[in-house]
Design a protein around this ligand. Structure first.
Ligand SMILES: CC(C)(COP(=O)(O)OP(=O)(O)OC[C@H]1O[C@@H](n2cnc3c(N)ncnc32)[C@H](O)[C@@H]1OP(=O)(O)O)[C@@H](O)C(=O)NCCC(=O)NCCS
Length: 230
């Protein structure tokens, strides 16, 4: 199969490996205009998309393919499921995320991890008004201890952590997870967070499943990562 190599067209890497253990392979780059260089079989789901969306879709898949190459799986087509998730090659799990600047992917063998969550958000785009829609009462109380600008960073962290939870668990449990199904308790000093799931979601997982994640703030963006192992 012909190998498409968009990677050289999106320089400026950012190292997201600290978010994950070594069995997870990562790639994260600036989004650049990489034109319509679609991989065979991936074009159909982006036919009606605007240029910005096509670009981020391609950039995310380029990162994913580079990461898969390091697992000895170069040149794979990565389709899109009807639920929006990536159709990874057999035996592989992973996650993709993009914001207006960055695109990234984290992948691993299913023999090493069950699910991966990865997310990047622009801190300033997560307004304090969003907090009412995504924060539980417990999270609101935790947030009230933080002053203005710091509070906004913490809302962005919690929002991103919840998106990572969704990406790590949805492909495993195939059940919608609402923002109120996960309580995030950040530990900003150790750049980590704990996740407590609602009973409705926890019932889909083996007893005592514990989820923790890691975060990185970088130049106005927040990156979060989660690895779920059964
Ligand atoms: C699906 C969702 C998590 C994507 O996150 P986002 O911040 O909007 O966008 P991102 O750029 O970070 O991620 C988009 C990528 O997520 C992945 N994705 C989409 N649906 C997915 C799903 N059901 N399962 C796993 N990954 C999914 C795709 O790879 C997509 O990129 P692509 O279309 O280019 O392949 C988000 O749109 C969503 O639906 N959130 C509501 C549910 C939720 O978060 N609940 C909180 C649980 S605690």
């Amino acid at each position: 199969m012909q190998e498409h190599n968009n990677a050289d067209k999106i320089p400026d890497r950012f190292d997201i490996q600290p978010l994950f253990p070594h069995c997870v392979v990562t790639e994260c780059c600036r989004i650049k205009n990489i034109e319509n260089d679609f991989y065979p079989g991936e074009h159909a789901c982006m036919e009606k998309a605007v240029a910005k969306r096509r670009n981020e879709f391609l950039a995310g898949r380029t990162c994913a393919r580079r990461a898969l190459g390091a697992l000895g799986m170069a040149g794979r087509m990565l389709g899109k499921g009807s639920d929006g998730s990536v159709l990874w090659p057999a035996g592989i799990t992973g996650a993709i995320s993009h914001n207006n600047r960055w695109c990234g992917a984290a992948v691993a063998r299913c023999s090493d991890v069950t699910g991966i969550g990865f997310d990047v958000e622009t801190v300033k785009r997560i307004s304090m008004n969003i907090s009412r829609k995504i924060l539980t009462r417990q999270e609101m109380i935790w947030l009230s201890e933080w002053p203005g600008e710091e509070a906004q960073k913490m809302v962005a962290l919690i929002f991103s952590a919840k998106e990572s939870v969704y990406k790590a668990l949805y492909p495993v449990i195939k059940t919608r997870i609402s923002f109120f199904d996960a309580v995030i308790t950040p530990s900003p000093d150790s750049l980590s967070f704990d996740v407590e799931l609602s009973k409705k979601i926890a019932d889909h997982l083996p007893p005592c499943s514990r989820l923790t994640g890691t975060c990185l703030f970088h130049d106005g963006d927040i990156f979060t990562g989660i690895v779920y192992k059964t």
